[in-house]
Design a protein around this ligand. Structure first.
Ligand SMILES: [Zn+2]
Length: 206
């Protein structure tokens, strides 16, 4: 049997450079681990996974979180959860172009969270006026949603997919392998609620 055991000579183990994994908690100012989603001191959330989590945050808090994320990423840019949180804050502030960069960074640094793909698609849609989104871009955007759906077939994802197919493909009279009705049927099959629709409409249009 070959290749089952590879022994490295003593003293030649590769050591990864140590990267600072701490950030300042935006809530209380303590130094906390970027890998925790709740602060051990003030018990407030440090990182977020949904725009709903950051909606309604005061302007002061929003600025505090933005600054804490940017500072943390300046020393450790490879942290997908912090990149994701930064993207959500920027998305909520209507800064879709920077949100898109943050979600892109989260994906390239190994985020395998379907939400990252989902928000990447939505922020890309919001960053440009629909009329200026080319068909090739529209299809790339729908591919991102399909990745999110393949990881977790949430009714919300399929609802957004239906909206984007309608808005970016069907409205322009272009042929596509799926219709908005197909995507809506998939959303309904996963029990799409009125609350889901309201949440998604807010992401897409307000
Ligand atoms: Zn704290």
């Amino acid at each position: 049997m070959l290749g089952l055991h590879t022994h490295q000579p003593a003293g030649q183990e590769t050591t990864l450079p140590t990267v600072s994994n701490t950030m300042t908690c935006p809530g209380c100012g303590e130094s906390v681990s970027m890998d925790m989603n709740i602060c051990a001191y003030c018990r407030r959330k440090i990182t977020f996974t949904s725009v709903k989590d950051v909606r309604g945050m005061s302007a002061t808090d929003s600025m505090k979180f933005l600054r804490a994320y940017k500072d943390a990423l300046a020393t450790n840019p490879n942290h997908p959860a912090v990149q994701m949180s930064l993207g959500l804050m920027q998305f909520d502030r209507g800064d879709y172009a920077n949100a898109l960069s943050a979600f892109d960074a989260a994906v390239s640094h190994g985020s395998d969270d379907p939400e990252t793909y989902f928000y990447r698609a939505v922020s890309r849609f919001r960053a440009t006026k629909p009329i200026h989104i080319k068909v090739t871009e529209a299809k790339e955007l729908l591919e991102l949603l399909d990745i999110a759906i393949s990881m977790n077939p949430l009714p919300q994802y399929n609802y957004v997919k239906a909206y984007l197919i309608r808005r970016l493909i069907e409205k322009k009279g272009i042929a596509y392998r799926e219709t908005s009705s197909d995507a809506m049927a998939a959303a309904r099959a996963e029990h799409l609620s009125d609350a889901d629709i309201a949440d998604m409409d807010a992401l897409l249009t307000t």
